[in-house]
Design a protein around this ligand. Structure first.
Ligand SMILES: NC(=O)CC[C@H](N)C(=O)O
Length: 230
């Protein structure tokens, strides 16, 4: 698989994104936000986390107009894989590649800790429905919100990818770290669930020395997919 990591000024999770993709078996290159094309043969576009443009206006609101975004939208429309982690997820909702919005955490604090997420829908990145993963979060604007119509569509189409849960997979308010509606931690978009946005950082749980390998399983899954398709 050929993966491309997109660099915007202010991101801080690009190094671990590149390393995790390489560990998962992808051939990785980078593009800068001012580029207008993706390298030929790109299978996966990964937008890392951080603080693009210092989170001015809203997280992701300036990055969404970066010249590279048109090429990413075209790639997603063709069924190409796109992954947005944390600030990457915020950029994908801001530009409309994923529905809904990520707003200030309900408690108005930056939240940085490990959480458990349950797979609500299997897909190109996610393992079997009901699987539980331990992943780190680090965000101030991670409260997912959407209209009742959008939520109904996400549910009906199996596009709610991950929900905050207990280690046993129970989903309730007490384990919701930011007030997201329906405990949503990640959603699928695109014509074939080929776009995934999530607030937790799977690339920061990719090796035993980081506390576990739950995160890298998402990358390994999509790398396997592209090998099967090739
Ligand atoms: N780790 C991140 O990507 C942080 C995202 C964003 N800057 C926020 O605080 O919500």
């Amino acid at each position: 698989m050929r993966a491309v990591v997109v660099l915007f000024p202010g991101l801080n999770a690009d190094a671990e994104m590149i390393r995790t993709l390489e560990l998962a078996g992808a051939k990785v290159s980078t593009v800068w936000y001012g580029d207008t094309e993706l390298p030929a043969g790109t299978d996966l576009v990964a937008i890392p986390g951080g603080f693009s443009y210092g989170d001015y206006l809203r997280c992701g609101a300036i990055a969404k107009v970066g010249p590279i975004m048109n090429a990413i939208a075209a790639h997603a429309a063709r069924g190409g894989y796109v992954l947005g982690v944390c600030n990457g997820f915020q950029i994908l909702t801001e530009c409309g590649l994923l529905p809904g919005a990520l707003t200030r955490n309900a408690h108005l604090r930056f939240e940085c800790k490990d959480v458990f997420v349950k797979v609500a829908s299997e897909g190109p990145f996610t393992p079997a429905t009901g699987s539980v993963l331990r992943l780190p979060i680090a965000h101030g604007e991670g409260r997912y919100q959407a209209t009742p119509e959008v939520l109904a569509k996400l549910e009906a189409e199996g596009r709610i990818a991950l929900v905050y849960a207990t280690a046993n997979g129970d989903v309730h308010d007490a384990v919701n770290p930011n007030g997201s509606v329906k405990n949503i931690a990640g959603i699928y978009g695109g014509p074939s669930k080929n776009v995934l946005g999530l607030m937790p950082h799977p690339e920061r749980m990719s090796e035993e020395c980081l506390g576990g390998r739950d995160g890298i399983t998402l990358f390994e899954a999509v790398v396997r997919r592209s090998r099967v398709a090739a």
